[in-house]
Design a protein around this ligand. Structure first.
Ligand SMILES: Nc1ncnc2c1ncn2[C@@H]1O[C@H](COP(=O)(O)OP(=O)(O)O)[C@@H](O)[C@H]1O
Ligand SMILES: [Mg+2]
Length: 310
């Protein structure tokens, strides 16, 4: 762990691999219909990059790839191969420029999250009417879809009607991927529950290729989802306490406690917080994949460079 703290994969530049897109967390290189995606160890929260977490890219990639496999009967996905624990090769798709967020509980401290909006008086979120009297972390009657915009500087909740009205998507495509989102969420909920976990909420991205819809990006990872331990859910909820989370919510809370919600200069991440966050990512990877997490002899940065450098 000590070695990885200074051997994290922070940024890559393999321009010979194609057209480069540097996301908050992943670096993509697109050439000939293939997207090489490097999961870095960058940590994002509140739409900002806030430091690096050891082993994070590897854990993220393992979790996403498990779920691509576990949902392939519902919808085809972009995954082609996994040449390194931090890297995949994927089918390049035409982006559906909305993110499909499914939520089964009301929670969250970010500006697009349900609880944050509800607490500040909002009762209508992305076209969903929320009842009075909900408490933080309460389970909703049934999962709801709260799409957000993509390709804008900050995510914005948007209803089906507005997304269609603004020309972001057609009605038929919206309804198709909405159905897929609920089906994927049901599968995620079922598999997570076999592992003693609650899939609280998540975000899907879809692409279109040759007229078919593909699941792209990442699936049910701690960057795109919240997970809680099931066994302590009820008692913590009754006591009005925070849930035991296997995701990045504890890290978000750490920033919020220091007055940071995405604007201004973030406080620097101390190593103990980085290590605690790494431990959560690794625990979730082991829990979800049901395989021991294997650190390689080389650090992520050395491995990825020797695989991909030109
Ligand atoms: N198969 C794919 N085809 C096209 N774009 C994709 C595909 N898979 C992922 N992407 C895009 O690649 C980027 C992944 O990097 P990420 O760090 O998540 O970026 P962001 O900061 O935009 O969230 C996202 O913008 C995502 O929409
Ligand atoms: Mg992303």
């Amino acid at each position: 762990m000590a070695e990885e703290l200074s051997g994290t994969l922070e940024r890559t530049s393999f321009t010979h691999l194609g057209v480069t897109h540097t996301g908050k967390v992943r670096d993509s290189y697109v050439s000939g219909g293939v997207r090489t995606i490097v999961s870095s160890d960058r940590q994002s929260a509140f739409d900002r990059v806030l430091g690096t977490i050891p082993f994070k890219g590897q854990a993220l990639n393992a979790i996403a790839n498990f779920w691509f496999d576990a949902t392939a009967d519902i919808v085809p996905n972009h995954l082609l191969e996994v040449p390194d624990p931090n890297v995949i090769r994927a089918r390049e798709c035409e982006l559906v420029t909305l993110e499909f967020v499914v939520r089964a509980y009301i929670t969250g401290v970010t500006k697009t999250s349900l609880w944050f909006n509800y607490e500040s008086g909002e009762r209508e979120v992305a076209g969903n009417r929320l009842p009075e009297g909900l408490r933080k972390n309460q389970r909703l009657q049934q999962p709801i879809l709260t799409p957000t915009t993509k390709l804008e500087e900050h995510d914005r909740n948007i209803s089906r009607a507005d997304a269609i009205g603004e020309g972001l998507i057609t009605a038929s495509l919206f309804d198709r991927v909405a159905d897929l989102s609920f089906a994927l969420f049901a599968r995620g909920t079922e598999v997570a529950s076999e592992r003693g976990l609650i899939l609280v909420d998540t975000k899907y991205e879809f692409g279109v290729l040759g007229g078919d819809v593909f699941l792209i990006d990442e699936v049910h990872t701690p960057d795109s989802s919240r997970y809680w331990y099931a066994d302590t859910y009820e008692s913590l909820f009754e006591d009005g306490k925070d849930q035991r989370a296997l995701d990045k919510e504890p890290l978000r809370e750490w920033f919020v406690e220091r007055g940071f919600r995405g604007d201004g200069t973030p406080p620097a991440l101390p190593d103990d917080v980085r290590v605690a966050t790494a431990a959560r990512y690794i625990a979730l990877a082991e829990e979800i994949t049901q395989r021991p997490f294997e650190a390689t002899p080389d650090t992520a940065v050395d491995r990825v460079n020797s695989l991909l450098a030109g």
